[in-house]
Design a protein around this ligand. Structure first.
Ligand code: GLC
Length: 438
């Protein structure tokens, strides 16, 4: 596929997945609206149809809870959306009337999407676009700080791996398995009964089981959700019962960048942020450095309860480049990891875990595969951190991989072969953005 064909192909994917005011991630397997998917999708759509990009973002806001939370999913209502509703979000009084949502959030990419769209508008249009979206964005960020950083330490915590968008990432899987895996799941694992349960899965009707997360991981995700649901998604109750929580590195990096955008937006529309909020924003940038492990020379996520770093290397390790690493030596150390062919630098980078990880499987979902959204974040971060050449190389290999393999959900880092859902929206959207930005 040449560049023009790639562009046309990407547009066709987005059109096919368009449900009017929002875009599904892929038809069949993902029939709902997801928070960070829509943000990435809007970043691509802004090049082809700016009104539709704005609509994508505004449609996300209908799911906002009264406390400010933006849910990771707004459930579809059409024929495709007839999944059993495992969330029952109405059990929490903050959930919106008449819109079924999940009860947890996802990485706060909203500010990035708003600003990227703003960059395509005239000054006057940008002003009204920012004014329109600012109240919801501000409320969301305030909720994150107030509810998810209960001790005011600077980092926000997450309560389910789905909040991080990297469902079975080793960081979370290792912690849950060590601290809070229910006995019934351990028994299923020990007795090797997992494969029998695969018949109850819906995802494997669409994608070969070998390319999805394994059944034990899937059960862990589901049982974690059930615990949150039992507490009616009431954060105080969840934390009081000392269910484990993680200050996730990827989530916090995205939040730090989002806060920089929030400040820019506020400045642009002359709506100064409260001093308290400004202080918290400053603090979170500094707190990121507490996640640096000098022995491993990497950043890690931290267990909120034990306050210990979780020594699992994943693609999140590199995301401080996107947040903005204050420390030049550390930024360089990350770039070195990225260059290393035995870690994060195979033929089609960036693998979701390094090649030397015990978790690594080439099509292991978030345990090995290359994802285009992670590449987009890193390309953007590398460019802003003074590594423009690295950004160009990563952008080229990503474009080559998708041109060869199609707009899949994820890819084998060694061969570039496609895996997961076909015609995946954020892959298409971010390819449009990479072409247009080149
Ligand atoms: C999977 C991914 C998540 C994404 C969702 C919809 O759960 O792990 O990041 O938002 O699918 O595409």
């Amino acid at each position: 596929m040449d560049e023009q064909q790639l562009l046309e192909g990407a547009k066709a994917v987005l059109e096919a997945n368009d449900h009017g005011n929002f875009t599904v991630p892929a038809s069949g397997i993902y029939p709902h609206q997801w928070l960070w998917d829509s943000c990435f999708i809007a970043i691509g759509l802004r090049h082809t149809d700016i009104d539709r990009a704005q609509k994508e973002i505004l449609s996300l806001l209908r799911g906002q809870w009264a406390n400010g939370m933006l849910p990771n999913m707004i459930l579809g209502t059409g024929r495709q959306g007839r999944w059993p509703n495992i969330w029952r979000s109405w059990i929490n009084p903050n959930s919106p009337d008449g819109v079924n949502t999940s009860g947890i959030t996802q990485p706060p990419m909203l500010a990035e999407a708003i600003v990227q769209i703003g960059g395509k508008l005239s000054k006057a249009e940008r002003h009204s676009w920012y004014k329109k979206t600012f109240p919801a964005l501000l409320k969301y960020h305030e909720w994150l700080f107030n509810e998810r950083d209960p001790h005011g330490e600077g980092l926000v915590l997450q309560i389910h791996p789905w909040e991080v968008g990297m469902d079975n990432t080793p960081t979370w899987m290792a912690e849950i398995k060590e601290h809070s895996q229910p006995l019934w799941i351990t028994a299923i694992d020990k007795l090797h009964l997992g494969p029998l349960l695969n018949i109850f899965r819906r995802d494997t009707h669409h994608i070969p089981a070998g390319q999805r997360l394994d059944i034990i991981d899937a059960l862990v995700l589901y049982s974690t959700l059930r615990r949150l649901r039992r507490k009616r998604y009431d954060f105080d109750k969840i934390i009081d019962h000392s269910m484990f929580a993680i200050e996730d590195l990827a989530f916090n990096c995205i939040f730090i960048r989002a806060n920089q955008h929030l400040e820019d937006i506020a400045r642009f529309i002359h709506k100064p942020l409260a001093d308290d909020l400004k202080d918290r924003i400053k603090k979170s940038q500094l707190a990121l450095e507490e996640l640096w492990d000098p022995m491993a020379e990497q950043y890690f996520s931290r267990n909120f309860v034990t306050h210990k770093l979780i020594n699992q290397s994943t693609v999140a390790t590199l995301l401080p480049l996107y947040a903005g690493v204050g420390h030049k030596g550390r930024a360089k150390a990350l770039v070195k990891l990225l260059e290393d062919k035995h870690l994060f630098g195979p033929e089609y980078p960036v693998p979701s875990v390094p090649l030397n990880s015990a978790w690594y499987k080439p099509t292991g979902y978030w345990q090995g595969s290359t994802w285009v959204n992670m590449n987009w974040l890193l390309i953007d971060g590398l460019r802003r951190s003074g590594f423009a050449d690295h950004a160009d190389v990563l952008s080229e290999s990503t474009l080559e991989m998708v041109a060869q393999s199609g707009f899949n959900e994820y890819f084998d880092p060694s061969t570039g072969k496609p895996a997961g859902a076909k015609n995946f929206s954020w892959t298409a959207a971010l390819i449009i953005d990479m072409i247009k930005a080149a």
